[in-house]
Design a protein around this ligand. Structure first.
Ligand code: MN3
Length: 201
């Protein structure tokens, strides 16, 4: 099995003005493509050919940094495109009841989730991701540097926001807080988060 760039599940311009067509042209068509191409080169001869992407991410962590960085970013971005949709967000009215109840139970409700998730993205120094993940049956907010993700911390990623500058610099320049707020309020595809939550529960 080799890595392949998936199509975006919407047109490049579909998330504007929250995320522009230009951002997606660079982010999906060039950055994600580069992770796929470099990942395929590094997969060759690694001994992990034929394994699933998730297995490759976990197995290369700590032992093959080049392959890990590219495979993990490939995994993260496959989901990142699906974690967004035109007209997404919408707070707790946008999410199915079972997920809303779990967020209330483990994180103190939607508003507390929103604040903690955005704070995790803001305080991730340099490039990385902020996450909503399921670990040992409980929801947790996490942040990770570079391409790292909750899989390597024994958790299942349910939602992740890319806080690398390539994800927001064209549209928001250095204003990471504005990007994170707009992303949470107007882009999150809660149906996909709920699908991953159901599968992991
Ligand atoms: Mn990215």
């Amino acid at each position: 099995m080799s890595f392949e760039l998936p199509d975006l599940p919407y047109a490049h311009g579909a998330l504007a003005p929250v995320m522009s067509a230009e951002t997606l042209e660079y982010h999906h068509d060039k950055h994600h493509q580069a992770y796929v191409d470099n990942g395929n080169k590094l997969l060759e001869g690694s001994g992990l050919e034929g394994r699933s992407l998730e297995e490759i991410v976990k197995a290369s962590h700590g032992s093959n940094a080049g392959l890990f960085n590219n495979a993990a970013q490939h995994y993260n971005h496959i989901h990142f495109w699906k974690w967004m949709k035109p007209g997404g967000g919408g707070g707790k009215t946008g999410m199915p009841g079972s997920l809303e109840a779990k967020i209330a139970e483990d994180l103190g409700g939607y508003d507390a989730f929103r604040e903690a998730f955005i704070q995790a993205g803001l305080t991730q120094f340099g490039s990385g991701w902020c996450w909503l993940a399921l670990k040992d049956g409980k929801l947790e907010i996490m942040k990770t540097p570079n391409g790292e993700n909750p899989l390597v911390h024994g958790a299942v990623p349910l939602l992740g926001c890319d806080v690398w500058e390539h994800s927001y610099y064209i549209d928001y320049r250095n204003a990471r807080p504005k990007y994170l707020e707009a992303w949470v309020d107007s882009l999150i595809n809660w149906d996909y988060v709920a699908e991953l939550f159901e599968a992991a529960s």
